[in-house]
Design a binder for this molecule. Structure first.
Ligand code: ADP
Ligand code: MG
Length: 697
């Protein structure tokens, strides 16, 4: 069906084929619908006139009215500028133009009253305004009180006279024509329950708000709607999955009781107990579990996974644990083998470097059911790896694995899909997790085991390196090990590698008697593993490395982490790196090295790290600094192409929208009720604008 909002943009008054082509290309605006959803990104406040005496340099743009006292051009050539003294009876401000001087001079003259709009800047004790808008005061503009929309545009568009104001004009034409065509896109009861204004009022007020209050209502309504539909789609996916996929039912067995009573070496934290309950509930439900387990580094995810494996093993099924690297898989294996041996459970390790003969036996034992638990890397995904009865697949450090790989695990049980538990230490803020993984259930371990000493984090400048080295020496002398991490990014790879090598050499000079390892991404996997293992076994005391050590490695005796050029790392990465220490009983330290030059954002990152060790707090700051598009693992998920909502800031609205979507799906899962037809219509019309939902986790 071809509706009004599908009309090609070229047919709008004031557009035509040429401008249409530009709007297509520059802003992806093809139809009336696209234009009306090209929302302003901010508003200029024209609701009041400020008195000049009340202005200060911290204010954003303001509107004033007054008279020109004098005007003159100063300077020559490129330094030439037009300076206007402007006064309103309460004070005086200087208006300055560097460009278009002739044009401005023609437009203005002393004595007349003008309306001026711009940003005041303090210059010593004086105020000025560069390139303000200026126009004669008329009755109209004097009395008008409004918020002026500001639209995203591009240099190309501006050159063709499609600046923000021109786009605003197009919106006005469109709104005039559209008034009778705008239909409601949310069901009535949702509008009532959440006190949302109707769609027409929302669209009118988002472009031309009557006042702040109307604007806020419009924003709330449109953000709500956007997030509501995201959540609804995700919930529908989830339902589809649940309907399709039954799961094996597991009950407690005495294996668990035995473990709890005789082998568990510590008390579980309350958070661990809670998530175990959540997971057990899934595994008893008769439906396949797909759960994301989030927990900060060191929060104890592994033991949770193991306890869940016991549930499965106790009932005669098998469990698999997949890790992204050989080192990690090996560490998991060694850790779990101790427990498994005590309990008479069989366990094996399968990685790329498992010997052929051993591999054959493992394959065979998995297939005939003699092996209870398998730990491994991608090697587990090979077709030749078959299970007698895989009941639970655990995937550690999720962001290293693709979705496709994860789904391969599903195929490993020919009768029922295995339950899947995905563990990640990347603290994803809840708002983001709910959107990104809306089709997964989420459990969070938000508590560290008791008695952990918080890592001490400090910021040091490169100039203080000698002192830092002195500290390292002390730590090495009492038997600790040290990580020294360098950034490495592809764009400056050569230079970064040089820095790393320089760093390594200077460490060798500073600590001539200390065995030092070096590891970086350009090394062959074997060589890397070998060096890593030497450090794990404490044969080397200092590990100079790039971020290859970021994920999961556990060396409890390493208690100092030095991060070089710390300002070049993102917050998420800094947090991951810091998580490599603080794993043993000793006090641990993280030293963030930078030079004196720090960007504002870099400073915020460093300060955040020094201030807190809470992964979720850090992730929230990260989200606010960078926006969701950049967060680890979320880069290519189309779900984040939001028009108006901001996951970093609109968490509350997201919660509400999710609640609304849940209640609808609860009552009317196929959306067949009359009052929900508006939802179906909207979903169908959104399909045309195709967000690629299949890409979501
Ligand atoms: P992560 O969540 O980062 O994978 P791990 O599972 O590696 O964390 O656990 C980190 C360390 O904490 C391990 O040595 C583990 O044995 C220990 N640990 C886990 N849970 C507890 C607990 N409840 N009390 C004390 N120590 C614990
Ligand atoms: Mg772990």
């Amino acid at each position: 069906m071809q509706g009004f909002f599908d009309t090609k943009i070229e047919f709008l008054k004031g557009v035509g084929p040429q401008k249409a082509a530009l709007l297509n290309k520059e802003l992806n605006i093809f139809t009336y619908g696209d234009l009306i959803q090209h929302y302003p990104f901010r508003y200029e406040d024209r609701t009041q006139f400020h008195e000049i005496s009340t202005l200060n340099g911290a204010m954003s743009q303001v509107q004033i009215k007054g008279k020109i006292r004098s005007m003159q051009t100063i300077g020559e050539g490129r330094k030439k500028r037009l300076v206007v003294q402007f006064a309103d009876g309460t004070g005086e401000i200087e208006l300055v133009w560097f460009k278009g001087i002739q044009w401005v001079m023609k437009k203005i003259q002393p004595g007349m009253e003008y309306l001026v709009f711009g940003k005041p800047t303090a210059f010593g004790s004086k105020l000025n305004m560069a390139h303000p808008e200026i126009e004669l005061i008329t009755r109209q503009n004097q009395e008008a009180s409004y918020l002026q929309p500001v639209y995203t545009t591009t240099e190309v568009l501006k050159r063709k006279f499609l600046d923000s104001k021109a786009i605003g004009k197009l919106q006005l034409y469109l709104l005039q024509q559209a008034q009778n065509k705008i239909r409601e896109t949310l069901p009535k009861n949702i509008l009532e329950d959440y006190r949302l204004i109707n769609k027409r009022a929302a669209l009118n007020n988002i472009h031309y708000p009557k006042d702040q209050a109307h604007l806020q209502k419009a924003q709330f309504r449109l953000k709500f709607e956007e997030l509501f539909y995201v959540q609804l789609r995700l919930l529908k996916l989830k339902i589809a999955r649940i309907d399709k996929f039954k799961g094996a039912v597991f009950h407690d067995t005495d294996l668990l009781t035995r473990f709890y009573n005789d082998h568990l070496p510590f008390d579980l934290t309350d958070a661990q107990k809670r998530v175990i309950k959540e997971i057990y509930k899934d595994m008893r439900s008769g439906q396949q579990m797909n759960r994301l387990l989030q927990g900060d580094v060191g929060s104890g995810k592994t033991i949770v996974a193991f306890i869940c494996m016991l549930l499965v093993v106790g009932s005669g099924s098998q469990a698999a644990l997949m890790a992204p690297t050989e080192i990690l898989a090996t560490q998991h294996f060694q850790g779990l083998k101790e427990f498994a041996d005590q309990m008479g459970i069989t366990i094996a390790l399968l990685t790329g470097s498992t010997k052929q003969s051993e591999r054959k036996i493992i394959h065979q034992y998995l297939k005939n059911g003699d092996l209870n638990i398998i730990v491994g890397t991608h090697a587990l995904l090979e077709d030749i790896v078959q299970f007698k009865n895989l009941g639970l697949a655990v995937v550690d450090e999720q962001h290293r694995f693709g979705v496709a790989q994860r789904s391969k695990l599903w195929q490993k049980n020919q009768y029922l899909y295995p339950h899947v538990l995905v563990m990640t230490a990347t603290p994803i803020p809840r708002t983001l997790a709910m959107t990104l993984y809306g089709d997964l259930d989420i459990s969070v371990i938000d508590q560290l085991p008791a008695g952990r000493k918080p890592i001490k984090t400090v910021h040091r400048y490169d100039a203080n390196r000698l002192k830092v080295n002195g500290f390292l020496k002390e730590q090495l002398e009492v038997g600790r090990q040290v990580y020294i991490v360098y950034p490495l990014i592809e764009e400056s790879e050569k230079l970064d590698l040089n820095h790393l090598m320089d760093g390594y050499e200077s460490m060798c000079r500073a600590f001539p008697d200390v065995p030092i390892s070096i590891v970086h991404g350009k090394m062959k996997p074997d060589a890397k593993d070998y060096e890593m293992q030497r450090f794990v076994k404490a044969e080397t005391k200092i590990m100079v490395a790039t971020t290859v050590i970021e994920v999961g490695v556990n060396v409890p005796n390493a208690s100092v982490m030095v991060i070089e050029n710390a300002e070049r790392f993102g917050l998420a990465q800094l947090h991951q790196l810091r998580g490599r220490v603080g794993r043993g009983a000793e006090q641990s330290y993280c030293i963030l090295m930078t030079n004196y030059k720090l960007s504002k954002e870099g400073k915020v990152r460093i300060d955040t790290m020094v201030r807190t060790t809470n992964g979720f707090e850090i992730a929230d700051t990260d989200l606010q600094l960078r926006g969701p598009g950049d967060l680890m693992g979320t880069q290519q998920s189309g779900v984040l192409d939001l028009l108006i909502a901001d996951l970093g800031k609109d968490g509350v609205i997201l919660q509400a929208a999710r609640g609304a979507a849940l209640s609808i799906i609860d009552k009317d899962p196929d959306l067949s009720n009359v009052e929900n037809q508006v939802i179906n219509q909207q979903i169908n019309s959104m399909k045309k604008t195709a967000i690629n939902w299949s890409r979501i986790s």
